[in-house]
Design a protein. Sequence first.
Length: 407
Amino acid sequence: MMQLSWDDKPELYDDENEVLKLKIYRDQDENQIVPMYLSPDEFERILHSEQHIFVEGDNYPFLKIISGHLENLVDLIYIDPPYNTGNFFSYSDSFSENNDKHSAWLSFMNRRLTLARKILKESGCIFIAIDQSELYQLKLLCDQIFGEENFVNDFMWLHGKGKKDKWSRTLQQHTLCYAKNKKSLNSFCDVEVTDWAKSNPDDDPRGNWFSGSISFTEKRSNPKHKNFYELISPSGKKWNRQWLVPLEEMEMLLATDKIYFGKKPEYDQVPRIKIFNSEETEIIPKNIIDTVESTRSAQRHLDELLGEKQLFDNPKPVDLIEHLIKITRQPKNALIVDFFAGSGTTFEAVESLNKEDGGSRRCILVQTAEDNLRNPEVPISEVCRRRIKKVAENLSLPQPVEFLTLK
């Protein structure tokens, strides 16, 4: 494997003594005037509770603090880190030093991604949003941290009219996905609504349909698998193989005439499932995401939610993060971490999914009080805090969100 190298740039919290100086406080009122210090035991209880957690503070020492508490316990991480574009951030979104464009950014990301891997479950995965300025360096860095064999894909989001220069227009933003251990990661799955069936070979009164595979070939079938059983067509032809559904489900499909054996009276074709227009079908997810909102519509949504225009620039669409969480098939009580929380889109996506499917996913969000170019009086952490409170209010969440400060 090709090794990426850079000049490491130290940070204050490399020193464990500096980390030990930090304390965690709970906000006590709307104005955050009277924060309450949390004992280690109380913080431990909150970390393992069913509550969402928002932390205002530097994500690097926070990840160091929780890495022991949550090692191998996080199902999914989504982050949208600074892209090293030259824009101002308190994290320094222009990491150039002495004409070294990449070293400080790679040092910054290496520390955080190494800790991120530590807290992921063996069956967990991470999504990292990035643009083209550091895409290739990030890919090589992640290959070193997670292992190139654990690369899942680059899920490219078509975000609107695109970013242009005089040579081209870039229509996509990138989201690199890595597993902690790809062998333990669920296969990803998406759902597609059928609308392309043009024929009705057996004059089914339900209308046009097309057929989909519902079995392995005999060669690929495992006779010891629980879904290995015999199917007999109306003409008496027998098929012994491994099917994609258990026998009980197959019997239901047969009873509702959803299995096609070929034309009568022969009924001698490999059994296939009938899929009608307007039905949902499970598919392998595409790595091009063109079915979610644009940057502009995401901006409008945030403006309407907060009742103020453009408190935050270029938020990610809620349904983009919903889509990424959905396709992973992580459990409905998954623990999700976003340590570059921005405006809090991940929180809204998680709660939107919980409302949709009755899940109890919870998230831990971390956002520093970095300066907000759009509105200098409202730091990014405050935008995130306001969004969380508004979403929680709109959805009448049964559990309050824990608002903490690391300082």
